[in-house]
Ligand binder design. Structure first.
Ligand code: PLP
Length: 393
């Protein structure tokens, strides 16, 4: 069912008649207990339980299998484990490949809860973490230890948007026998071909763009053929499973992922270009802009961009950004992103989330998720916001 064209893949993937039974969308199949007609049938299902066979609800139902097939086709790996949220996918993938005494290399610009998981849980399990500069590239060599088992990447990085040289990092990691994981939430499976860049496990908070409508929490981890059995069995042992209703909504979201992404991209680029001309703005942290670290790598590795980016102000204080944010009409304040609606966040204390690098900026950082509203309304919203910001300076 896979295709060279993402636009086709998001429409066709996972729609095997085995799962759809003749209707267009795979139905919601609820179930915990699976009942068998004979001892022989039960034995067969038990023996085949790892291979998309109805066995017991925790292994998934046909809705799960359809969604997992779709994500596998989209990302290009060998199999997909589904989790109740992106954070569970990250912790589940890490726990599947790390044990006491192992060492993990973690990018310094990682999503904050991932950092917390390393510091607060992996540390207690005897797994050590070293944070590294996202711009390190092949120089990651100097940080590899004999017990380094996983190199974790996230590109672009959370909040500050540094784009990583994943192929350079993967080449070094593989030479040292380590595997490479990528938090691929920004790429969403349509902007970046993780496996062709050397990634072994591509993880997404499907909560964001795959679901796309801010109504479901969901995580995915897609692995290479070599790693899929270990990922599948260990996420099963961790008890990770997901409701078929949520997976149905995720499949529905997936069908429009490519067109939504194009509109998010178009709106965000227009807005970022407008922001770049504003006297209040110091620089734009959008991978398509030369002012974003790793812009050249983004040009090489990504096929486009989406609605999420940040910008840094020349100056300002919390009171001024609060005046700006409090009166927004379309940019709502909220965590998360990837839905159809616009969001805004003023991020403080970034320096406290970095240990291998130092965050230094002229002024506050604002992160936007640019939704599918008309661009003129979004520009007018920010323009009024800047008026409030300047009045409060
Ligand atoms: C939101 C997010 C996550 C976590 O996903 P949840 O579904 O909220 O647990 C992980 N990584 C990145 C980059 C995210 O933006």
């Amino acid at each position: 069912m896979s295709s060279k064209h993402k636009a086709t893949t998001v429409v066709s993937a996972g729609r095997d008649p085995k799962w759809t039974k003749g209707v267009v969308n795979p139905p919601v199949m609820r179930g915990s207990t699976v009942v068998f007609e004979s001892v022989a049938q039960m034995k067969q299902a038990t023996g085949n339980r790892a291979n998309q066979t109805l066995f017991y609800g925790r292994r998934g139902t046909e809705t799960t299998f359809a969604f997992a097939d779709a994500m596998t086709a989209l990302e290009g790996g060998a199999g997909c484990a589904v989790y109740p949220c992106g954070t569970a996918a990250i912790s589940g993938a890490l726990l599947s490949f790390l044990k006491a005494g192992d060492h993990l290399l973690m990018v310094d610009t990682v999503y904050e809860p991932t950092r917390d998981f390393c510091d607060k849980m992996l540390a207690n399990l005897g797994i050590t973490t070293t944070y590294y500069d996202p711009m390190l590239g092949a120089d990651i060599e100097s940080l590899m230890q004999p017990n380094t088992k996983v190199v974790f990447t996230e590109s672009p990085g959370s909040i500050t948007m540094e784009v990583q040289d994943v192929p350079a990092i993967a080449a070094v990691a593989h030479r040292h026998g380590a595997i490479v994981m990528l938090d691929n939430t920004w790429g969403a499976g349509v902007l970046l071909d993780a496996f062709s860049l050397g990634v072994d496990v591509s993880i997404q908070a499907a909560t964001k763009y795959v679901v796309g409508h801010s109504d479901v929490m969901l995580g995915t981890a897609v692995a290479t053929k070599a790693l899929w059995p270990q990922l599948r069995e260990n996420s099963y042992l961790l008890g990770q499973c997901t409701s078929p209703d949520d997976l149905y909504l995720a499949l529905r979201g997936l069908r429009t992922l490519n067109v939504r992404m194009q509109q998010h991209q178009e709106n965000a680029l227009k807005l970022a270009n407008w922001l770049a001309q504003r006297p209040e703005v110091d620089h734009i942290r959008h991978p398509a802009f030369a002012t974003c670290p790793g812009h050249d790598v983004w040009q090489r590795d990504f096929s486009g961009s989406n609605g999420l980016f940040s910008f840094v102000l020349k100056q300002g204080h919390q009171q001024a950004t609060t005046a700006m944010l409090d009166g927004m009409q379309h940019f709502k304040m909220g965590y998360s992103w990837g839905g159809y609606e616009s969001l805004i966040l003023a991020v403080y204390g970034i320096e406290r989330l970095r240990t291998a690098t130092q965050w230094q900026a002229s002024g506050p950082l604002i992160r936007l998720h640019v939704g599918l509203e008309h661009i003129d309304d979004l520009i007018a919203d920010l323009e009024a916001g800047f008026a409030r910001f300047n009045a409060a300076l």
